[in-house]
Ligand binder design. Structure first.
Ligand SMILES: NC(=O)c1ccc[n+]([C@@H]2O[C@H](COP(=O)([O-])OP(=O)(O)OC[C@H]3O[C@@H](n4cnc5c(N)ncnc54)[C@H](OP(=O)(O)O)[C@@H]3O)[C@@H](O)[C@H]2O)c1
Length: 327
């Protein structure tokens, strides 16, 4: 049966457009004309490619990504009702504070969502994610914040990012709410979550136990997994890939890049699509959160939605990315 992608009550596109780079620069300078043009072109292209979910965070480009997105929405009347807006809270970048701080306090969560709503120029956030686990997180306090957000109608659904299954469970119980999504790093350059279930009892140093039950939580509880940086920031893909010749992993990375090109030829899609198809092949129906701002590449990325990688090709890529075969 055809799978439908949903987050809580919301039906979405398979691919998510990540707005982290939208604001151009990570500083307090206002965006210039070039930043506006690049951002609008990327967002128009994502929408034209059928993407309806847009991923933000209060901190992206120090708020400029949300601000530019808000300007785009104002310039494109009628779009708000056709799209899902997701944003994150809980990280404070150095500036007013001496170091990066994670803050899941009630006051910070409420102030953060109010700021996002204002920058985006919308009345409601569809999905609010807690960005990274705060070691000082007090679940009842998060529950109070979420209860206030819900009753004021500031957000529809609660999700998390970079959380383990047990952390999700604690928040689920404390808030009495579904945790509709967990956004985590998954790519060929960062495959650990997908293979940890096989490699958990292996001694090889490249098999750190990192999964925290995340895959099992997605499969058993239906938490929608979202993969951030699924193109590994362009590693393997650029004309001169970001492969470090000083590093002894060069041979392995070159092998991955070559295999991606071969498979792209065979499946008659882009290399970007093959990279994403490797993430999307997993039965938990992972949604990739793509971050390219190149309109042509955005189109190439959504080609992944029509690729079903064979089991053999998935394992070939996995072994190449690990640098050795499965145990
Ligand atoms: N939850 C979290 O903690 C977290 C952390 C990081 C990111 N995220 C989310 O994930 C989204 C995606 O992250 P990301 O931007 O790192 O993901 P990505 O899609 O893996 O990487 C995008 C980057 O790769 C470059 N790239 C892609 N294909 C390329 C090619 N063929 N040749 C050269 N460069 C290429 C892009 O450059 P061009 O723009 O020039 O194409 C862009 O700089 C973010 O926008 C954000 O929404 C979440």
């Amino acid at each position: 049966m055809e799978h439908t992608w949903t987050m809580g009550s919301i039906t979405t596109s398979r691919t998510i457009y990540g707005c982290m780079r939208l604001g151009g620069t990570w500083d307090a300078l206002p965006p210039d004309d070039t930043a506006y043009e690049r951002a609008f072109a990327a967002l128009d292209s994502a929408l034209a490619a059928g993407i309806t979910v847009f991923d933000h965070a209060d901190i992206y480009c120090h708020g400029k990504s949300e601000t530019l997105f808000g300007e785009w929405l104002r310039a494109r009347p009628g779009i708000r009702d056709r799209i899902t807006i997701q944003t994150k809270c809980g990280i404070i970048l150095p500036g007013g504070t001496p170091t990066t701080i994670y803050d899941f306090s009630r006051d910070h969560i409420i102030a953060s969502i109010e700021g996002s709503l204002e920058r985006l120029g919308v009345d409601v956030i569809d999905v609010l994610l807690l960005h990274r686990p705060d070691p000082l997180c007090d679940p009842p306090e998060v529950a109070r914040a979420w209860s206030e957000i819900s009753s004021r109608g500031l957000a529809v659904h609660l999700g998390v990012s970079n959380h383990s299954a047990s952390q999700i469970d604690i928040l689920r119980q404390a808030t009495g709410s579904d945790i509709v999504a967990n956004q985590v790093e998954i790519s060929l350059a960062h495959p650990d979550l997908l293979i940890a279930g096989t490699a958990w009892n292996q001694r090889h140093p490249s098999h750190p136990l990192r999964d925290g039950g995340v895959i099992e939580d997605a499969l058993s509880q239906g938490t929608q997994l979202q993969a951030w940086s699924p193109l590994a920031g362009g590693k393997y893909l650029a004309a001169s890939p970001h492969i470090n010749p000083e590093c002894d992993e060069t041979a392995r990375d070159e092998k991955v890049a070559k295999l991606l090109t071969q498979l792209a030829d065979r499946y008659d899609v882009s290399v970007e699509a093959i990279m994403l198809a490797w993430v999307m092949r997993h039965p938990s129906h992972i949604m990739p959160v793509i971050g390219t701002m190149d309109p042509k590449r955005i189109g190439k990325c959504v080609e992944a939605e029509r690729v079903s990688l064979s089991r053999e090709d998935w394992y070939l890529l996995t072994a190449a990315a690990r640098g050795h075969a499965m145990p």
